[in-house]
Design a protein around this ligand. Sequence first.
Ligand code: NAI
Length: 255
Amino acid sequence: MPVTAISGSASGIGAAVSTALRAAGHRVIGIDRSNAEVIADLSTPQGREAAIAQVLELSGGVLDGLVCCAGVGVTAPSCGLIPAVNYFGVSQLLGGLAGALAKGDSPAALVIGSVAATQAGADQQPMTEAMLAGDEPYALELANALGQPHVAYACSKYAITHHARRTASSWASKGIRLNVVAPGAVETPLHQASLDDARFGKAVRDFVAPLGRAGHPQEIAALVAFLQSRQAAFIHGSVVFIDGGMDAMVRPQRF
Ligand code: NAI
């Protein structure tokens, strides 16, 4: 039975991925702040270390899969929390569990990114550079100083997508596949919080994908289950958009 660790397993996309992978025969080790096999706060270095140690203990040091879904959106209590969870919470989980994945059977890892990663200028922000350089205190300081959660969110998703792609190149020799799934709007508590927010609700409501609706968490989970399966054995280092046509609408010339 393949063993897969899933962060953010208690809600939304992570919960749907957990259900889909259990149905596909995986033993799931969920990681979240509550209602999970591993209770940990991925926003701090100590919390991430605790999460990694518990996953290694529960898996016996061997993992066949890792899916990083935990994330916070534009309604996070502080801007600094966005890079802390969405970038460092993911990159350190990937790094800390790479050894266990290398011992797994056809191992595969996956990061939930976002179409927001392609937002103009997200690749140019100093906070993006700080994330990619691994400087957490400076990245959080810059995010808090700018005070624009939608910019911090886009930067965190650009940086983690960039990080995953450069990591994929170095992981190939270890036999570990690594891909990014980039959803558009998906009906989850995170999305609902954006819709309900006085600052961002109208913009989120007005930004409708060509297919005219938001996605369902189960639709994202079906793609993740495929990418984590042996049928996807040649898919590595890819960014797969699942967004109702949003990326094609916004930047048809980029692919
Ligand atoms: P959600 O809010 O339903 O689930 C996120 C999960 O992450 C929750 O269970 C939460 O407890 C966990 N989490 C947050 N901070 C944590 C921390 N410090 N430590 C441990 N766990 C923590 O949100 P959703 O929508 O399922 O989000 C999953 C991923 O999908 C996120 O990375 C999000 O950025 C991404 N995404 C979501 C979209 C949407 O429209 N819902 C669109 C594009 C990307």
